[in-house]
Structure formats: structure tokens, C-alpha cells
Write a protein of this length. Sequence first.
Length: 276
Amino acid sequence: MQKPTIFAVLATFAFVCVATSAHAQYRPRPLNDPSTGESFHIEADATWWPTSAHITVQAAGGGALTGLLGNTIDAKRDLGFTDQRFPILNLQLRPARSHHFRLQYIPIQYTGNFTLQRDLVFNGIRFPANIPVNSSLDWKAYRFGYQYDFIVRNRGFGGFIMEAKYTNVQVQLNSPVATELDRVRAPIPAIGGIARVYVVPNISITGEVTGFTIPESVGGRYRAHYVDVDLYGTINFIDQVGVKAGYRLLDFGYAIKDDTGVFVLKGIYFGAVLRY
């Protein structure tokens, strides 16, 4: 029987070392290993939203006393409003992986300084054509919601959302003839869904839709609708920090007694995300 040569011994030793090193370096991905950015209890993000807006309002107000019915006022054409940029502030608390408590605030504000091209009746007051009018619209949009994820995977989730959308809108017109203000507060419930997919472990795509319609009430004195569509992508550098970009459509309308309003805002936004 031939004895092994020194070369065969060395080759065997080298093979064992390489195999051991390769085994030590290989770490199989754990079965429960959420994608980057999904391990948190608190998430906050701030985004910058340049919007394209369509806004109309009609305020009858004192028309019953003066006999003047309110005009439907187009904020761009009649008051000189221009498209603006707004911050969107979000806060999310997640005590467990499937449960989310959500808060959102969007301070929306427009101003205009414009010479009227036609007579406008606002809250029972006539603002004649060819006079300068300083106008403002202050819209504070809040969302308070709960999200439950009934599908939870390491590469994404799907769930439903229940929330209350509270809208506080104030429109004011100032001119040498008169100053008039109209304010509407409209709490609206909403339901919807959300889904997220990770295309790679640290990049996700999320789609979210919520909305609700309050049909015409008895006597036709109150109705409203709210539709909110949000589609965005997120890049997570680490679990705690990421950036996001998306497209959002916000459509809100109301009719309260003789006052009506339609607000449609849409556009692409950019922002940053922090988690703990």
C-alpha cells in the first residue's frame, strides 16, 4: 500500500480549511427577517408637495337677508391664486407589527391680490368688477387613522385603513368695498386600503387609497366626499433612515346648506423618513 505523499496531505488540509471558511462565512437569511425599514415602533416623515390645484367655492351666507345668491368662485380665474408647495407631516406609532396608529397634517394656504374681472357675490356681499381684492384661503387638513395589516410578509404587507379626516377651511375676501369671511368645518370618516412590496430588501413601492362619500342628507342640506390616492417609493439606507418620492391626489368636496366647495390638489412630492 502506497503511503500518501506530502503533496496529497497538504492538498487535503487546504481543502478542509477552505470548506470550513466558506461554511463560516455563509449565513442563511433567517425565516423572520423583515426588509430594511420595517423594524420600528415610531416613524415620522416630512415631505414637500408642489401641487396643481383646482379650487371653487360658493358662500351663500347672508344671501337670505340681502337677496343675493352666492357665485361659484374659481380661485385661480377670479382671485388670482397660483399653484403652491406645501409640507406634509406624518407620524405613525406601531406597537405591534400589524397595528398602526396614524396622524397626518397638511397646512394648505393660498393668497391672491387681483382685480376682479366680474361681479362676485360672496356671503351675501357684492364685490363689483374692476376693484382690487386681497383674498386668502386657509385649509388645515388632518387625518387620524388606524391601519391593520392582515397580510404581513418580509417583502411586503397589505392592510385596511379606518380614519377620520377633519377639514377646516376659511376663505376671506378684502376690498375697498367690503371684507367678508366664510368658514367650514367638516369631519368626514374614511376607509381604504394599503399595500407595500419590496422590489429589493431596501427599496419598496407603496400604494394607498382612502375615501368616503356622505350622500345627500334629508332635505339636501349636507353632503360631502373625500378621495385620497397616494403612490410612492421609498429607499431605506438603514432601518432608521430613508427617503421617499411619490404622487398624490387629494379630492375634497362639500355642500353644507347653501355653501359649496371643491378642492382638488395633485402632484409629485419628495421627502425623508426617520424611524425608531
